[in-house]
Ligand binder design. Structure first.
Ligand code: SAM
Length: 447
C-alpha cells in the first residue's frame, strides 16, 4: 500500500524500531469479523463459528456476505474485530441509560443493545441526516427495541439530557488511519495537519458529552486512528480540564497501553488501550475509559408523554389481540400516522430531531393497523400467532418485492414469514397469495 511519505516519517519518529513492523502491516489484507445476534430467535446458519474473538462476546473472525438470509434477518452483523472491543469496554448493563453520541452506521450501537438485552434506554445519535437513516435501519434489522434514534449536533442535545446518562460512548469522527487497509480512499484525506483538525472537533464533541453524563458516570472515548493528537492528547486535555479519572482497560495479548510520552507524560494515559494491526488481529483502535467525579446530582428531566388517542390505541389493540402473543408495550407514541413503542424515561422530544422514538410498531390506517417491518424483525416467532415458513427461493422473491403463492385455504391476515428459522418480514395472506410488504427502499435482487 502506498502510504504518504510524511505519514511514514511521523510514525518512524514516534515508534523508533517498532515503526517498520507497523508500517509493513498496511500491506496485509484487512482482518474481517462479525457478531452473531443474541436478540434474535436463532443463530445464523451460513457463517462458521469456529474462530471466536477473545475480547468480544458473540464476535468471530470471518467474512459475512450481504444479501443472505442471515444478514437480512439481522442474525449477523459485520464488524471489524478491534472495533468490537469498544462495546466490551463500555460494558452497558440492562436497565441503564446509555448514549452512543456518534453512532452511524450502528456497528457499536448494535453491540451495546446486545449487551443491554434490549433493556434500558439506548440513545443513538448521528449528526449527518443520511447516515442517521442508515443507523435507524440497521437498528431495525438487528431487532433493537430500546433505542431512541436522533439526528442532532451534540450541542443541541445537552439541554434535553443534562447529567442524564449512566454511560456515554464517543466513537469520534477521526482521521481514520486504522481504516486505510479496508478503505484505501481514506488515505486521500490524510495530511500532516489533519489529525490536529480532527482533534479540535473531538474536543468540541467531548465538551458536550461531559454535560450529558451524570456524576459518577463513565465515558468511553474511541477512535480508529493511531494519531496521538486524536488519542492520548485528547484524553490528556480532558483530564486537565474536567473532573475525570481514567479507568484501566484490560489488555488482551498484543494490546498496548496508551503512550504517555506521546502526550503530556500523564501516567494515567497507560490505562487506555492501543490496538496496532501488527500486534493484534484487527485493524486498529484507541480506547480510553473515564469516570466522572461524583460532585453534583443527576438532573430530573421533563419526560415525554404518550399522545395516542383512544381510537388509534384500539386499532393497535385489535391487531395485537388477534395476531400477537403477550406483546403489549405500555408506552405508545404517534409520529404522524406511525405508531411506536417508546421508553417513558426519554425527555420531551419536541426540541429534538427524532429519526425514531423507539420500536416502530406500524402504520395507523383508517380502520385498521398495518404492522411494520421493524416489528416483524423484533418479535420472536413465539410472540406471533401466525407464520408461514418460506424456502430460500421464496425468500429471494420476497426481498425482491414479489408476491408469493400460498395454500388458498390459509385464512386471510398477517403472517410472520420465516426462513431458516429467522423472521424476515410480515406478509399479508389474501386468497392464496402472500402480498408483499417488504419495504420498497430495502428491496434487493439475489442472483
Ligand atoms: C467513527 S464514526 C462512528 C462509527 C460508529 N460508532 C459505528 O461503530 O458504526 C464517527 C461518526 O461521527 C459522525 N460525526 C461527524 N462529525 C460529528 C460531530 N461534529 N459531532 C458528532 N458526530 C459527528 C460521523 O458522521 C460518523 O458517523
Amino acid at each position: 500500500m502506498k502510504l504518504p511519505k510524511e505519514f511514514c516519517q511521523k510514525y518512524q519518529k514516534l515508534m523508533g524500531d517498532h515503526a517498520e513492523a507497523f508500517l509493513k502491516s498496511f500491506d496485509r489484507e484487512p482482518t474481517q469479523g462479525f457478531r452473531i445476534n443474541p436478540l434474535k430467535a436463532h443463530t445464523p446458519i451460513e457463517e462458521k463459528l469456529d474462530d471466536p474473538i477473545p475480547w468480544a462476546k458473540w464476535g468471530y473472525y470471518g467474512k459475512v456476505r450481504g444479501r443472505t438470509v442471515d444478514h437480512q434477518s439481522g442474525a449477523v452483523y459485520d464488524q471489524e474485530p478491534s472495533a468490537m472491543y469498544v462495546g466490551t469496554v463500555v460494558d452497558p448493563k440492562p436497565g441503564e441509560k446509555v448514549l452512543d453520541l456518534c453512532a452511524a452506521p450502528g456497528s457499536k450501537t448494535t453491540y451495546l443493545a446486545s449487551l443491554m438485552n434490549n433493556q434500558g434506554l439506548l440513545v443513538a445519535n448521528e449528526i449527518i441526516p443520511k447516515r442517521a437513516k442508515v443507523l435507524a435501519s440497521n437498528l431495525e434489522r438487528f431487532g433493537v427495541t430500546n433505542a431512541l434514534t436522533l439526528n442532532e449536533p451534540p450541542h443541541k442535545m445537552t439541554k434535553s439530557f443534562k447529567r442524564y446518562f449512566d454511560k456515554i460512548l464517543v466513537d469520534a469522527p477521526c482521521s481514520g488511519e486504522g481504516m486505510f487497509r479496508k478503505n484505501p480512499e481514506a488515505i486521500k484525506y490524510w495530511s500532516l495537519d489533519y489529525p490536529k483538525k480532527c482533534a479540535e472537533r473531538q474536543r468540541k464533541i467531548l465538551n458536550q458529552a461531559v454535560k450529558m453524563l451524570k456524576p459518577g458516570g463513565t465515558l468511553v472515548y474511541s477512535t480508529c486512528t493511531f494519531a496521538p493528537e486524536e488519542d492520548e492528547q485528547v484524553i490528556a486535555w480532558l483530564l486537565d480540564n474536567y473532573d475525570f479519572k481514567t479507568v484501566p482497560v484490560k489488555k488482551y495479548p498484543g494490546m498496548l497501553g496508551g503512550q504517555p510520552q506521546w502526550a503530556n507524560h500523564n501516567p494515567e494515559l497507560k490505562n487506555a488501550v492501543r490496538i496496532f494491526p501488527n500486534r493484534v488481529k484487527g485493524e486498529g483502535h484507541f480506547i480510553a475509559k473515564l469516570q466522572k467525579g461524583t460532585q453534583g446530582s443527576p438532573k430530573k428531566i421533563k419526560t415525554q408523554r404518550s399522545n395516542v388517542p383512544h381510537r388509534d390505541r384500539d386499532l393497535w389493540n385489535q391487531f395485537a389481540k388477534k395476531d400477537l402473543v403477550d406483546f403489549q408495550p405500555k408506552n405508545l407514541i404517534e409520529f404522524g400516522r406511525q405508531l411506536y413503542a417508546y421508553n417513558p424515561d426519554i425527555p420531551n422530544l419536541k426540541k429534538l430531531q427524532v429519526v425514531s422514538p423507539g420500536l416502530h410498531l406500524g402504520t395507523l390506517k383508517k380502520n385498521r393497523f398495518e404492522p411494520s417491518y421493524a416489528l416483524a424483525l423484533a418479535l420472536h416467532p413465539d410472540q406471533v400467532k401466525h407464520h408461514v415458513t418460506i424456502s430460500i427461493d421464496e425468500w429471494k422473491k420476497y426481498v425482491h418485492g414479489d408476491t408469493l403463492p400460498v395454500d388458498p385455504k390459509l385464512p386471510k391476515g398477517w403472517y410472520q414469514l420465516i426462513c431458516w428459522k429467522q423472521p424476515i418480514a410480515f406478509g399479508k395472506v389474501v386468497q392464496g397469495t402472500i402480498k408483499n410488504f417488504f419495504p420498497k427502499g430495502l428491496r434487493f435482487l439475489v442472483r
